[in-house]
Design a protein around this ligand. Sequence first.
Ligand code: GLN
Length: 468
Amino acid sequence: MELWEMGIRAAQDGLAKGEFTATDLVKAIAARRAAEDGRIGAYLTFDEGGALRLAAENPKSVPIAVKDLINVKGQPCTCGSKILKGYVSPYDATVIANMKRNGFIPCGRVNMDEFAMGSSTENSALGVTRNPYDTERVPGGSSGGSAAAVGGNLAIAALGTDTGGSIRQPASFCNCYGLKPSYGRVSRYGVTAFASSLDQVGPMTKSVEDAAVLLGAIAGRDPMDGTTPDEPVPDYLKEIEGASLKGVRLGLPKEYFSVTGLDPEVKAVTDAAIDKCANAGAELVEVSLPHTDYAMSVYYIVAPAEASANLARFDGVRYGHRSAEAKDVYSLYVKSRSEGFGPEVKRRIIMGTYVLSSGYYDAYYGRAQKVRTLIKRDFDEVFARVDALLTPCAPTPAFRLGELQDPITMYLNDLFTIPSSLAGVCAASVPAGFTASAHLPVGVQFICGGFEESRLLRVSKAFEDLCS
Ligand code: GLN
């Protein structure tokens, strides 16, 4: 096996046996990127010098690609936006500090939709990323660079973030395992905020075991993020030993299977996955999440509202792009923001400002919060009856670059991932097969209750074993 083909477990194994060093791994990934990434465009920048320095200090560590909104000291952090061009992080995000302490090296910045708003990475202001399985198609988004890097063997593993599906949908499109942790499992300190009540960092990997290791390395209580509880982080790798689906109560939420936009080939892969689980001894239970229909509307009120507040800090004053045309404070704000932000980000800021404005706050934002509580309750009730849910991850396989022009059709990509984000529970996309016609990867989604990552990883591992 070439070094760049390895996942975390294989790399750690070789490092432990002294077969190669972290320096060899960094050089192998750098060379692979130089040879192949012209075709894919996963990376924005690669910090070979910095990574080699860290590798020399800790010769048993593994290089990891990092989504371009997570701060790594001394590296650029542009969030896929023109407004942060030239910005260099002055500090490490907690996930990066944790990762370094636990034997990982951040080696490069991978592309994303601007400020994580999108489902195809086409909203990046900094370049195109292509799907390694078909370069005419998108890698998904917003963590499209992370998924393309892992799926295209340009990285050993990557960190992504998920607000409404941005780890899971690209993982599904690029044949990776992608896990969105429960809200609060992983610190958000140093992660550029999109929607603070939803954002989570998570692993995107070549296997479930790799994700268990990487999640364990980043998760846990952080005094710098008050939403992280003092919940111990188990040894996830140990937790998944002997994983099996025997006797696991697997809920099939009926609302997820009656959707009109569900591609028949995705449905076929999902149905086959359900059969596999049943044959492996899982007990299938039809369940209902009655407020599913409202999740999309709630998300497109709550997320833009929070984004409009979070993005207010980009004002041309403290950091990032400052308009050369500004004549006074007002025009400094207006021109810097107009020039710096792309169209989707502007759309979200306008929507968010609208739903928070005094005349509409109760009708939109206030009501959306109430419905969010109902959605959360649906999940609480269901998880009293079943161990995990199995659903499609994305309604379609990877679509063509430029194919989805209308924002609403783009938003519909996250139909199956948004409800669990609103509920704050954990969920993952596991590679489940390929479409019959174009041989594109398809993932299925498993969802477990809050802080049930061990269970989620166990179910994922058992399913992964059935597919290999
Ligand atoms: N596609 C969704 C959006 O654009 C989700 C993005 C995400 O999870 N960051 O908001």
